[in-house]
Design a protein around this ligand. Structure first.
Ligand code: WQD
Length: 331
């Protein structure tokens, strides 16, 4: 298939482009490069032998986005484009809703106009909120989101569901990611956060290579085995493979399906820290701090539906994720 990947130079987008090309698909990337670098295109070429076509276009720029559809005949779209910092979204909600929701509506309108049938959307386990018991199941539906980032994901899920009801020829898979970490084994692509990392793994990596003094552990008084937060970490290459299976499934089906993409296993902050110590070969200093507002204690996926619909299972464990991250951050 010829696939438009919005946000394709980003962390998850670039890894997905590699897997799509490896699976024989043609990839066209649209990205505004707000949170990524154009150098990623050369790295994708080094890994796959193919340099994807690229348009520096913002999904809010409706006319230039339409030109991309005019110049290509797409079979499918994978929509990664969106701001994704939970804390930042609380302070600039309108920016998040404009970019993540209005931008997405531009994209979906053009899919309808140019009759592009298949869509995969990058959603997040954040949409479950703190309303449900773990493991989170897709049929739980949408929970109470606690920040505009999560709410923008919830809005997209509702919009896509209503669109596919109205346009019965369309097919969409909504993938709810848990915690993507790790990097391609080449060490060429990975997560390069701007500024102070919000997420656990990039922060641990910066402490490990001396850029930061210690990891701040946000609370050790949760109802978990060691008191620290438990999350479902999934290797970004496993997550990328799930997108290939999802877009191929969408091509053969109609309607909308929501699918969790996680490992189904929960790891605590301290377990991740110790796994990274094994990967980097030395201790990583940390300090226990107060809880971070908005954090939940435990989050991990029920992965049965991904196995049933996509025959998807994760191949990498937490040690692989830490080893591959360490290689990327120290290349
Ligand atoms: C993981 C655990 C923290 C940093 C968020 C979004 C989700 C997705 C991934 C974008 C928690 C603890 C973290 C640190 C710490 N976002 N932690 N010290 O909050 O589970 O998920 O990021 O795609 O949609 O909700 O991920 O990596 O921030 O935190 O102790 O410096 O690590 O408390 O328990 P989170 P995270």
């Amino acid at each position: 298939m010829k696939i438009l990947v919005t946000g394709g130079t980003g962390y998850i987008g670039s890894h997905t482009c590699v897997e799509l090309i490896n699976a024989g698909h043609e990839v066209v990337i649209v990205d505004n490069l707000y949170n990524s670098s154009i150098d990623v295109l050369d790295k994708i070429e080094t890994i796959t032998g193919v340099k994807p076509a690229f348009y520096k276009v913002d999904v809010l720029d409706r006319d230039n986005l339409e030109n991309v559809f005019k110049e290509n005949s797409f079979d499918a779209v994978i929509n990664f484009a969106g701001y994704k910092a939970v804390g930042e979204s609380v302070s600039i909600p309108l920016t998040y809703y404009k970019n993540n929701v209005s931008g997405a509506i531009n994209l979906y309108e053009l899919m309808k106009k140019y009759q592009v049938k298949n869509l995969v959307f990058s959603s997040s386990a954040t949409v479950y909120g703190d309303d449900f018991e773990v493991p989170f199941k897709e049929e739980y539906g949408l929970g109470t989101t606690t920040n505009p980032y999560g709410t923008s994901k919830k809005f997209n899920e509702i919009i896509i569901t209503d669109l596919c009801k109205a346009e019965e020829w369309m097919s969409a898979i909504i993938l709810r990611y848990f915690n993507p970490i790790g990097a391609h084994k080449s060490g060429l692509i990975g997560e390069t956060p701007n500024g102070i990392p919000n997420n656990l793994l990039p922060y641990i990596a910066q402490v490990a290579n001396g850029e930061r003094d210690y990891l701040r552990v946000w609370g050790d008084d949760y109802d978990t085995p060691d008191g620290t937060g438990v999350r479902d970490y999934i290797h970004v290459v496993d997550l990328a493979r799930a997108h290939v299976l999802a877009i191929e499934y969408a091509e053969k089906n109609k309607g909308v399906d929501v699918i969790n993409v996680g490992s189904g296993k929960g790891y605590s902050v301290m377990e991740v820290l110790h796994a990274y110590e094994k990967a980097c070969g030395h201790e990583i200093p940390y300090k226990i701090m107060d809880r971070r507002p908005g954090d939940i204690a435990v989050c991990y996926a029920d992965t049965k539906k991904a196995k049933e619909l996509l025959d998807f299972e994760t191949a990498y464990d937490i040690e692989d994720m830490c080893e591959d991250s360490f290689r990327y951050y120290n290349k």
